[in-house]
Design a protein around this ligand. Structure first.
Ligand SMILES: Nc1ncnc2c1ncn2[C@@H]1O[C@H](COP(=O)(O)OP(=O)(O)OP(=O)(O)O)[C@@H](O)[C@H]1O
Ligand SMILES: [Mg+2]
Length: 411
């Protein structure tokens, strides 16, 4: 069945609260990625980004992977998977070491990163990522690539992301039950950032917000490096739920009404427009003003944006994100949201649509697929980099050590 060279395939598995998406990318000779297959299936068994029902999750993953295999004409053996949920914690840390041979080597970089990771984290949490922000040699700050430089003392500033051991093990368990290996688990907003943010934006300072079904994930970048991450357990599902309760209609209709007619700014909804709302039980359908629907949706989005603004302020980066805010994820497609967000943040806000790869544009250029597309770009960077990139200074061996620790005890 395998018609494509497996070595050139990159697989991203986005296990979201609303859908599981499996993306197959083919790495071309010129280092670009072409999407050659995609499979999506409604997600059952995930709540707010974490696995709550293993059997249902396994089935959803299996369907999505089979569909992607069929479309790409390949067999999938291992995947890069996303991880999110309110168990995710992050902190900035700092390490110092002496430079052994007066010139910084990979061993010195490994040592200083090890020193930076030596902070007490709760016993039920494990390190997911150690993302170097900058290196300092003697008193010179802002060094991105220290190898080969001279000095006596090397310091590293890093952003550390940790996650609950049990949550990560459950994801790994579900994927392995489908007969697949996990190449790496990647924080979802980090992954989305690869798909929607430009290097110049990350340099200038930008706040990325991925509003999905169950969680809203935030990541702040300044000076080209990730500085802050957070997860807020409010997203599109709450909006659907609010509509179902306020309009007294079953959830599946509430979801349809939301996608077709809802608007996050009630003043944008024309007062004359009406929509048909199916009722619960045998009662006949009713007609309601579209503005009434917008009045239900607006406060929930406003609450979410206020929480995001408070988080940005708490992180201390509010004044440093000159590039503004980038919204992505399925729930960022809501009509009027960009205007509402600009009013709340007092900053420029744009929609983040996946970029930087080719093939199946009409499917891929959708904020729903930011995490999936980002996983492919992350996979390319970490598999084919000639030298370890900034975000994985410790290289492939470290990934394996980390993955092994997730696997332990997962069966
Ligand atoms: N056109 C649209 N307008 C508003 N909301 C939409 C639209 N299309 C999809 N959504 C909402 O987007 C959400 C799904 O987004 P997405 O696929 O990014 O979530 P997910 O990745 O499965 O979930 P999570 O990342 O939270 O685990 C659903 O709540 C859905 O109602
Ligand atoms: Mg998502």
């Amino acid at each position: 069945m395998s018609r494509r060279g497996e070595k050139n395939l990159l697989i991203g598995l986005d296990i979201g609260t609303s859908k599981v998406a499996c993306l197959v990318g083919e790495l071309k000779a010129d280092d670009t990625i072409e999407i050659v297959g995609i499979g999506t299936h409604p997600s059952r068994g995930i709540k707010k980004g974490v696995v709550v029902d293993i059997e249902s999750t396994v089935q959803s993953i299996q369907r999505a992977v089979e569909e992607a295999e069929l479309m790409a004409g390949c067999e999938i053996h291992s995947v890069h998977a996303g991880i999110a949920g309110s168990h995710i914690r992050s902190l900035n840390s700092h390490g110092i070491t002496a430079i052994k041979e007066r010139e910084v080597s990979q061993a010195d970089v490994d040592r200083v990163i090890d020193a930076a990771r030596a902070v007490a984290i709760p016993a039920d949490q494990k390190i997911l990522h150690i993302l170097p922000q900058e290196f300092i040699i003697d008193d010179q700050e802002g060094i991105r690539e220290p190898i080969g430089m001279c000095g006596v003392r090397l310091e590293a500033r890093v952003h550390m992301v940790t996650g609950a051991v049990s949550a990560a093990q459950n994801i790994v368990k579900c994927i392995r039950r489908c007969g697949l290996e996990v190449d790496d688990l990647v924080l979802e907003q980090l992954s989305s950032s690869y798909a929607v943010l430009g290097e110049d934006e990350k340099e200038l300072g930008v706040c990325l917000v991925d509003i999905g079904g169950g969680t809203t994930d935030l990541a702040v970048f300044t000076d080209g490096a990730i500085r802050h991450t957070a997860v807020i357990p409010i997203a599109g599902d709450q909006v659907t739920n609010d509509i179902a309760v306020a309009l007294r209609t079953p959830t599946q209709y509430a979801e349809q009404i939301k996608i077709k007619h809802a608007c996050a700014l009630s003043r944008l909804a024309g007062s004359g427009e009406t929509i048909e709302v199916p009722s619960i039980g045998e009662r006949p359908a009713r007609r309601l003003a579209r503005q009434t629907l917008a009045e239900v949706v607006e406060p929930r989005y406003e609450e979410l944006l206020d929480l995001l603004k408070a988080e940005l302020r708490r992180s201390g980066f509010e004044d440093l994100v000159a590039g503004g805010v980038v919204l992505t994820g399925g729930s960022s497609k809501m009509d009027g949201l960009l205007d509402l967000a600009e009013e709340v943040f007092h900053m420029p806000v744009r929609l983040g649509i996946p970029q930087y790869l080719t093939g199946m544009e009409e499917v891929i250029r959708n904020p729903i697929h930011s995490t999936g597309v980002g996983l492919l770009i992350y996979a390319r960077q970490h598999r084919f980099a000639r030298r370890p990139p900034m975000s994985e200074a410790r290289g492939i061996k470290a990934i394996w050590e980390r993955m092994r620790s997730w696997f332990q005890g997962s069966f």
